[in-house]
Design a protein around this ligand. Structure first.
Ligand SMILES: Nc1ncnc2c1ncn2[C@@H]1O[C@H](COP(=O)(O)OP(=O)(O)OP(=O)(O)O)[C@@H](O)[C@H]1O
Ligand SMILES: [Mg+2]
Length: 294
């Protein structure tokens, strides 16, 4: 743990200097329970989100991460709400304080190995020792696997951000944790998933078009989400934001890529059809296949 050394020697020993925004050397702040120093300074450039970086990003080495609680426990990971803020700085100024979502992958024993094998076909594991350990399912292998999922999700988020697709901005990845933009309000209430949203037929049509736009952007980039469903689509202020991307598939190199794209089309269309919005999965699939540059 880092400590900021109090450089003043003239203070009586019994006082605990408090933060003075005007003079950083006066502070003697240590992260408390549920806190840590911001992990941003320790990450390498490749573990940080793509440029241009949003203005709300907090990059100060003086920032502290405070864990505010669990948003949701999923099948493979738990989602925590984190506040990253510079103590004493004006939180209303961009770059001083922000809410982030921390997705932490749990042990691979919780995740679906069969599912993961389909997605990782055609994706090389760089180190053969790691690959063997993952294949054997040793405890070291399970540890490697969850780090790989975290990096796979971070890389997918970064690539999709660069393509201009509607995904949370990926802030950074460190070990089994992906830190990303929190999609929700300023009080830490997460945006609802499409499956829970009550919308008028007009609003539904608009949301459907946004999802199709997202699928177009990915197909044109040679990709498919691979697990698209109304549970992995958030609706925030009338806008769709797509989440849960560790399994994004490369349509050209993954032999099952087009099957997964087809399944995405079926999942999306079935849900909208149940909401009485006409959607033909085969038509959508044909349209998307036509956009893939082979
Ligand atoms: N960036 C985010 N901002 C706000 N909420 C989020 C964010 N990412 C995920 N969530 C919430 O956390 C839940 C779990 O996230 P995600 O789907 O990525 O993980 P998962 O382990 O695959 O979960 P599941 O098994 O439910 O699919 C989501 O359904 C959503 O409600
Ligand atoms: Mg999910």
């Amino acid at each position: 743990m880092r400590s900021i050394v109090n450089s003043r020697t003239d203070l009586p020993a019994f006082t605990t200097p408090r933060f003075d925004a005007g003079d950083l050397a006066f502070q003697d702040i240590e992260p408390g329970e549920d806190q840590r120093w911001s992990t941003w300074p320790a990450t390498t450039p490749s573990e940080r989100g793509p440029e241009p970086r949003p203005d709300w990003l907090v990059t100060s080495a003086a920032a502290i991460d405070t864990e505010l609680g669990v948003v949701k426990s999923g099948k493979e990971a738990d989602l925590f709400l984190i506040e990253r803020a510079v103590p004493g700085a004006d939180a209303a100024v961009a770059g001083n304080a922000v809410l982030l979502a921390a997705k932490r992958y749990r042990g691979a024993e919780h995740s679906d190995f069969h599912r993961s094998q389909v997605y990782t076909e055609g994706r090389g594991t760089r180190r053969s020792r790691d690959a063997r350990a993952v294949a054997k399912g040793t405890s070291f292998g399970r540890e490697v696997a969850k780090v790989q999922w975290a990096y796979a999700e971070f890389e997918a988020l970064s690539r999709l951000t660069e393509l201009g697709a509607a995904v949370p901005y990926p802030v950074q990845v460190a070990g089994t944790e992906v830190l990303m933009e929190f999609i929700g309000d300023a009080h830490g209430v997460a945006a609802p998933r499409l499956a829970q949203v009550r919308a008028t037929p007009g609003e539904l049509r608009e949301l459907f078009h946004q999802i199709v736009d997202f699928m177009h952007t990915l197909a044109a980039g040679g990709l498919a989400h691979g697990d698209l469903s109304p549970y992995n689509l958030l609706v925030h202020d009338g806008r769709i934001v797509v989440i849960d991307l560790p399994q994004v598939v490369d349509l050209v190199s993954n032999p099952q890529g087009f099957d997964l794209l087809h399944r995405d089309c079926v999942n999306v269309c079935s849900w909208f059809t149940r909401q009485r919005l006409e959607c033909d999965p085969e038509e959508l699939f044909g349209e998307l296949v036509g956009m893939v540059a082979m």
